[in-house]
Design a protein around this ligand. Structure first.
Ligand SMILES: NC(=O)C1=CN([C@@H]2O[C@H](COP(=O)(O)OP(=O)(O)OC[C@H]3O[C@@H](n4cnc5c(N)ncnc54)[C@H](OP(=O)(O)O)[C@@H]3O)[C@@H](O)[C@H]2O)C=CC1
Ligand SMILES: O=C(O)CCC(=O)C(=O)O
Ligand SMILES: [Mg+2]
Length: 418
């Protein structure tokens, strides 16, 4: 396998994939890593060290393959997302990345979204769970144990939009008003117009992953989160296709909420996953008021983006909220947070979100023992109150550590726990 400006590590083997048997993972895999922009450059190298320590403590060896995107790629390649990077992510299948900055209002489109689309990583899975000792603005943060499945390739993130003042936007306006009959719906004068595609295919493969996850992990419910009362033919269709998929493909394993009450008096049998739906604005308050009623959530792209940051705030904030992008035979771990430019280059941002994203990666390749070590070491470290600035400011008696010091102490704990 040859690339233009990068070389794969000389040591290590490739993770391979077969549609029938899934991933084949050697004990010395090559795993690509993109450090990312902003705080990515602070948290990624130290998270990498923590994950290497967990692998070594369980008798394995990760051979990291550094790839470039965003600022680092502009320096090396004079472009944002080189073909080398995309090709290596495809070739090596299981990877991890830090955050990449996207300019607001103008400039290039999101490289994070581009990667998800180019690799067809159609699900963004963001688990939100409580770690002992984590400070939280709510009284019962331990009630939060949700896994968000966010559709990753369509919705308003498809990037189909036209800028105010262009010929294109005026053509779209004419089409919408004159040919589609929405006369007087759009205000006169400057306007930007976007398109929100939500497909049956995109919805069903996302909801399928969410239901499969719920079944495999013994979860109680899958909630479809949508704004289908207003956006009837996009988010409303998302809800309808979600229920349809559950009925078509999981008739024995799922029941809907009506059946739950009519046949089971609100107590679902142990072997059934309840499929229900909530309108998105209500869901955002239910996160706070009825936290323990929710388990696995499945939703279109924008709802999932908003909801995962809001849920993360309840369990300590973006500094500890992990995630991963998942497709068929491809996986890219990535925290919920962005590049937080104002904290960049100061060795202060919390690396836990990226470390715990790496924990999802370890689980994905079947290294549960290494994943457990990472989880336990991070939890112990937070309970010790020796934490990064974001948690220190919320913990009584906390001591502030640099990101690198915090990660070193986690590595010491991994060695002690192993
Ligand atoms: N997947 C990706 O790569 C993502 C990229 N982005 C991009 O990142 C850029 C910045 O976005 P922005 O809206 O500021 O959101 P960010 O998630 O980057 O940061 C928002 C705030 O969250 C807190 N925070 C985030 N990460 C950490 C961390 N690791 N440790 C401690 N605190 C943290 C900080 O809060 P405080 O200052 O209060 O301490 C920070 O100011 C944008 O260009 C955006 O497009 C955004 C989200 C995801
Ligand atoms: O790509 C970006 O810059 C932002 C994306 C984002 O907020 C997310 O995926 O959570
Ligand atoms: Mg986001």
């Amino acid at each position: 396998m040859s690339y233009d400006q990068i070389d794969a590590p000389a040591e290590g083997e490739k993770i391979t994939y077969d549609e029938e048997s899934g991933l084949e993972v050697p004990d010395n895999p090559i795993i690509p890593i993109i450090y990312g922009d902003g705080i990515g450059k602070d948290v990624a190298p130290v998270a990498q060290d923590v994950l290497s320590a967990a692998a070594e403590a369980t008798g394995r060896d990760i051979n990291w393959f550094r790839l470039y995107a965003g600022e680092s790629a502009r320096e090396k390649y004079d472009e944002n997302l080189p073909e080398d990077t995309v090709q290596a992510l495809k070739d090596y299948r299981v990877s991890i990345k830090g955050p990449l900055t996207t300019p607001v209002g103008a400039g290039f489109r999101s490289l994070n979204v581009a990667l998800r689309k180019k690799l067809d990583l159609y699900t963004n899975m963001r688990p939100t769970y409580y770690l002992d000792g984590v400070p939280s603005p709510v009284s019962d943060p331990e009630e939060m144990d949700m896994v968000n499945f966010r559709e990753n390739t369509e919705d308003v993130y498809a990037g189909i939009e036209w800028e105010a003042g262009t010929d294109e936007v005026e053509q779209v306006r004419d089409f919408v008003e004159d040919e589609m009959g929405f006369d007087s719906t759009i205000h006169d004068g400057s306007v930007g117009i976007g398109v929100k595609p939500i497909s049956e295919f995109g919805t069903k493969r996302l909801v399928r992953q969410a239901i499969e996850y719920a079944i495999e992990n013994d979860r109680d419910s899958v909630t479809l989160v949508h704004k289908g009362n207003i956006m009837k033919f996009t988010e409303g269709a998302f809800r309808d296709w979600g229920y349809e998929l559950a009925e078509e493909e999981f008739p024995e394993q799922t029941i809907d909420e009506d059946t739950l009450w009519e046949e089971y008096d609100g107590e679902a049998p142990e072997d059934k996953v309840v499929v229900k739906d909530r309108i998105a604005d209500n869901m955002l308050q239910q996160l706070l008021t009825r936290t323990s009623n929710y388990d696995v959530l499945a939703m279109p792209n924008l709802n999932g983006d908003y909801l995962s940051d809001a849920a993360g705030a309840q369990i300590g904030g973006l500094g500890i909220a992990p995630g991963a992008n998942i497709g068929d035979g491809r996986f890219l771990a990535e925290p919920v947070h962005g590049s937080a430019p104002k904290h960049a280059g100061k060795d202060k941002a919390n690396p836990s979100a990226l470390i715990l994203s790496g924990k999802i990666l370890l689980e994905h390749i079947g290294w549960q023992d290494a994943a457990d070590l990472v989880h336990d070491a991070v939890e112990q470290q937070i309970s010790s109150k020796r934490v990064t600035y974001d948690l220190e400011r919320q913990v009584e008696g906390g001591e502030k550590l640099a990101a690198s010091e915090y990660a070193e102490e986690i590595i010491d704990r991994i060695h002690e726990l192993a």
